[in-house]
Design a protein. Structure first.
Length: 279
């Protein structure tokens, strides 16, 4: 009996150990999937990866975006911008709002790819500023600091909010999409106009029904007159003015309007903003 109890106890401990191992293994696998840093080029230390993950997780919780910090030494024949765009689209198929930050050792470029709502926050001018700050780090070989600087820059842009007069400019079609936030004054004026229109409509309907219920009859035969006129328009000529809209590259450059976000289409068809800087 004693031996059987010991065997049962040992079996129970073994089963418990297996269950704990599977549970902890599942937690570890989940945590790995939750990582936002992909150091495929092996440029970062464990401490830098941990710092980046913490900063990115905090920013994701605040903004609701998906954010990735990526390094690669093989861009698979793509430009740095295309690689960053495709990376975001692949890893964020359902969530469009977010940013991919890339150190591309193949093309020797640092790149910011924005998507969805992030395009509004990270204008061309703001991206240029972030790349200026990160360029010093990457030029000195401080790759971890470079990505940390970029994440901090994105966080700063989010906290500043969408700038006044922001608009998206599609570099491939020339289409412009302006951002407008309704102010309290505009909301008040809109409400007042709606109220006045409602009062006028009520008054018109009320007067109309009052007239119908009364005894007054309008003598339309005595008070109506029909006059037909012949009118002819002659076409003389037409003037057509052609204007060529120059296309812009996806790489960042100076002189951008402070509110402009240049956009383009990725291989998946999504609209992306962003910019890059060679080092």
């Amino acid at each position: 009996m004693v031996r059987e109890r010991k065997k049962l106890l040992s079996s129970g401990k073994l089963l418990l150990g297996i269950m704990l191992f599977l549970l902890l293994g599942g937690v570890t696998a989940y945590a790995a999937d939750d990582d936002n840093v992909y150091d495929d080029a092996g440029l970062l230390t464990e401490g830098e990866i941990s710092t980046l993950n913490q900063k990115i997780n905090d920013l994701e919780a605040e903004s609701g975006w998906n954010i990735y910090a990526v390094t690669t030494e093989d861009a698979m024949g793509k430009s740095a911008t295309a690689y960053a765009d495709d990376f975001f689209d692949t890893h964020s198929p359902k969530q469009e709002d977010g940013v991919a930050l890339l150190i591309d050792m193949d093309n020797r470029e640092i790149t910011i790819s924005t998507c969805g709502e992030a395009i509004r926050y990270l204008t061309d001018a703001r991206i240029d500023s972030i790349l200026d700050d990160a360029y010093t780090d990457v030029s000195d070989g401080d790759y971890g600091d470079c990505l940390i600087t970029m994440v901090d820059g994105v966080a700063g842009c989010y906290q500043k909010g969408i700038p006044e007069g922001q608009y998206n400019y599609d570099t491939e079609t020339g289409a412009v999409s302006r951002y407008h936030k309704l102010t309290l004054a505009e909301a008040g004026v809109t409400l007042l106009i709606a109220l006045v229109c409602g009062i006028l409509l009520y008054a018109a309907i009320s007067a109309n029904y009052t007239l119908r219920l009364g005894t007054y009859q309008y003598d339309f035969r005595a008070n109506s007159k029909v006059a037909l006129r012949i009118r002819q328009d002659n076409f003389v000529n037409q003037t057509v003015t052609h204007r060529r809209i120059p296309k812009q590259t996806s790489s960042s450059s100076g002189g951008h309007s402070s509110g402009r976000s240049s956009t383009h289409r990725s291989s998946s068809g999504r609209s992306h903003g962003g910019g890059s800087r060679r080092f």
